[in-house]
Design a protein around this ligand. Structure first.
Ligand SMILES: [Zn+2]
Length: 664
């Protein structure tokens, strides 16, 4: 059971002369920037961030350094102090302190060793036939530990977005992308090496010899490879048409019909999961799963489950296991040192108890006044969007009108919610171990985020997003933006910044998020967040033609020697451009606006340097363009940029007017 979060994030994280290759080197690889700075007119991103990029160092255990990381570090330092602060008297404070202490208590963790892993493993290895396998899926062990071959979770229903539905998800793949099983990339190879290393280690700890452990791994991979053939790839999942393709409502009765061999409906019933709304994301996958659910494949499926189980314990058991995980992780991402344990413990508590952690943090560190100023910038942005949408000549009146209605209905959320989920039902016994606490969390979260929401209406006041992460969100199914507390700092925002810097920082983020309401996915959800095509067919076609031009522009670039994936980054790049355009529009209303300050601030928020291995992963998996492209390829679309810096034909930043690809 997975807790699904549905929103579009701002991170996770030419051209120029007609058909020529990329003019800018990939400056986001750490150490790639040299002493000599390129001219601002040739490589704006490196010029503005030169000193920072030149001196960028990775802290132990980190794959990237960026403004996002710097801000998160400040937050994490504060969180660390809060996690041992006895003056936080309430239940939330106690939960946070207990979990933090349990994570760091190596003596108890070592004494506990692998905990119940052996017992759990025997439940899988003891399975003798398909009926026993089906019976296993009906147990709490399978359900709470997420040791399944068919996953599900709670989502917002596409049609009735005020209702939660049960989403049937495809099998979890260790390589993350089904395309990797057809043709493995460098990133896939690294992911596989780390995954195999973790599983091998844990299987050896369970007593398997090398050959047997290897056989189990290969067997599990065989199952993954077989099922992956029918699964959508990362590219397909991110394509605009995926939204409709993945919305396949079924009743429980229909699910029973569609999944006769793999007894899906019976398994759900055993867990008392019954939803009026069920959405089957990948029908082809379910067919394939039923074809594979045979005695012939029993051993492969068991191996898959066992490997999944073993891997899930590596970070929560004893110190030797954790150190092996760190070693493999260093190798995977090309880093020399691991993160200090206390930092990892802070992260662990933060991600597992995000509501109590956020509540405590907000009460100490987020002044209520910042909501006011951010709301003002949001209101200005919304006002400008109204003008911008009205003035787009390629849009018909009907689409414009609906777009403005959608804008007017948008939920604008700042910093933190007024209402928090109640965690009083969660208790950790400080006498117990980290493994016990993790089990308790699984039980509690399943109750809170799954059962309590099933068959109910959406409560918009309860946010699912973590508010002390450095991020911002647009949710197409809630038609809402959330500019959360975590991003309101550093170069994004502080109350002493100039107006230009505020627009070039947090303003851009706001403009970016709002634009998602009007992009290829936003066009498929109306003002209430229900799936409905509200653009005229002709307008949507025009939008797509514009998007195609942008895709081509990015796809012609060579990054790290390979053609860039324009289709993967299209939506986020359109949003980046819209963000700039909106802020430039607002700027027009201000006399003596300092555009230089504005553009420089924009370049600064994307300062970023990573290991080559991590950059490779971003290129293959991230829907956002690499940071240097989020700056250079975006600003060069707008005339104001050329005016401000007197950029002429022949300069690296120059793009001829007819080659510019801004959708908005
Ligand atoms: Zn975005």
């Amino acid at each position: 059971m997975r807790i699904i979060k549905l929103f579009i994030l701002i991170v996770i994280s030419m051209l120029t002369f007609s058909s020529q290759a990329l003019a800018w080197p990939n400056s986001n690889i750490i150490g790639s920037v040299k002493d000599y700075s390129p001219k601002l007119t040739d490589d704006f991103y490196v010029n503005v961030n030169h000193e920072w990029l030149l001196n960028a160092k990775l802290k132990p255990g980190r794959v990237r350094t960026s403004l996002f990381n710097e801000l998160q570090d400040i937050i994490d330092e504060r969180l660390k102090a809060l996690m041992t602060d006895e003056t936080v008297k309430d239940h939330d404070g106690e939960l946070v302190r207990t979990l933090y202490a349990l994570w760091l208590d190596w003596d108890s963790r070592n004494a506990e060793g692998l905990g119940d892993l052996n017992t759990q493993a025997m439940k899988i290895t003891g399975i003798k036939n398909i009926d026993e396998l089906s019976a296993y899926f009906k147990t709490k062990d399978s359900f709470y530990n997420d040791i399944v071959i068919a996953d599900y979770g709670i989502g917002y229903d596409n049609i009735d977005s005020e209702a939660y539905n049960l989403e049937i998800l495809a099998t979890g793949l260790s390589l993350g992308d089904s395309a990797e099983y057809r043709k493995m990339t460098s990133n896939g190879e690294r992911t596989k090496k780390m995954h195999d290393g973790m599983v091998m280690y844990m299987l050896r700890r369970l007593g398997y010899d090398e050959a047997e452990a290897k056989r189990l791994l290969d067997s599990a991979f065989e199952f993954e490879k077989a099922i992956s053939e029918s699964m959508m790839t990362v590219d397909e999942l991110n394509a605009p048409e995926a939204i409709k393709k993945m919305y396949n409502p079924v009743t429980m009765q229909e699910l029973r019909q569609k999944s006769k061999v793999f007894p899906f409906a019976d398994i759900l019933e055993a867990h008392k999961v019954n939803s009026k709304l069920i959405c089957l994301e990948q029908p082809k996958w379910l067919e394939a799963l039923n074809a594979l659910y045979t005695p012939d494949n029993l051993e492969n499926i068991k191996a898959y489950l066992l490997c999944k189980l073993a891997e899930s314990y590596i970070t929560i058991t004893d110190e030797p296991a954790y150190r092996e995980y760190q070693r493999l992780s260093r190798e995977r991402y090309g880093i020399k040192e691991s993160r200090p344990d206390d930092e990892t413990a802070v992260n662990f508590v933060h991600s597992n108890l995000s509501v109590p952690v956020s509540k405590i943090y907000v009460s100490r560190y987020v002044p209520a006044e910042c909501k006011r100023e951010i709301t003002e910038i949001i209101n200005d942005t919304v006002k400008y969007y109204r003008e911008m949408l009205a003035s787009e000549e390629w849009l018909s009146e009907s689409t414009k009108q609906k777009a403005i209605e959608k804008l007017n209905a948008m939920r604008l959320n700042v910093a933190y919610p007024d209402k928090w989920r109640d965690f009083s039902g969660l208790k950790f016994d400080s006498e117990k171990t980290l493994i016990d606490a993790v089990k308790e969390l699984q039980r509690f979260n399943t109750q809170k985020y799954f059962y309590e929401r099933l068959n109910t209406r959406v409560d918009h006041d309860l946010w699912i997003e973590d508010v002390v992460a450095v991020n911002a969100y647009y949710s197409p199914m809630q038609n809402s933006i959330k500019i959360i507390a975590g991003i309101l700092g550093g170069d994004f925002y502080n109350s002493d910044m100039t107006y230009e810097e505020k627009l070039g920082g947090i303003g851009i983020v706001i403009g970016h998020e709002i634009s998602h309401a009007f992009d290829t996915s936003g066009a498929q959800f109306d003002k209430n967040g229900s799936m409905k095509d509200w653009w005229t067919e002709e307008d949507y076609k025009k939008f797509q033609e514009r998007a195609d031009k942008l895709i081509k522009y990015f796809s012609n670039m060579k990054v790290n020697g390979e053609n860039y994936n324009g289709a993967l980054v299209q939506t986020e790049s359109i949003a980046d451009m819209a963000g700039i355009k909106a802020m430039l529009g607002i700027a027009e209303g201000h006399a003596n606006f300092d555009y230089d300050k504005f553009f420089r601030q924009y370049a600064r928020i994307w300062k970023s340097a990573s290991t080559p291995e991590f950059v490779d992963r971003l290129i293959k998996m991230d829907v956002h363009a690499l940071a240097f492209l989020r700056v250079n390829a975006i600003v060069q679309q707008y005339e104001k940029f050329y005016e401000t810096y007197k950029i002429q034909k022949g300069a690296g930043m120059y793009l001829a007017p007819d080659e510019r690809v801004a959708v908005w």
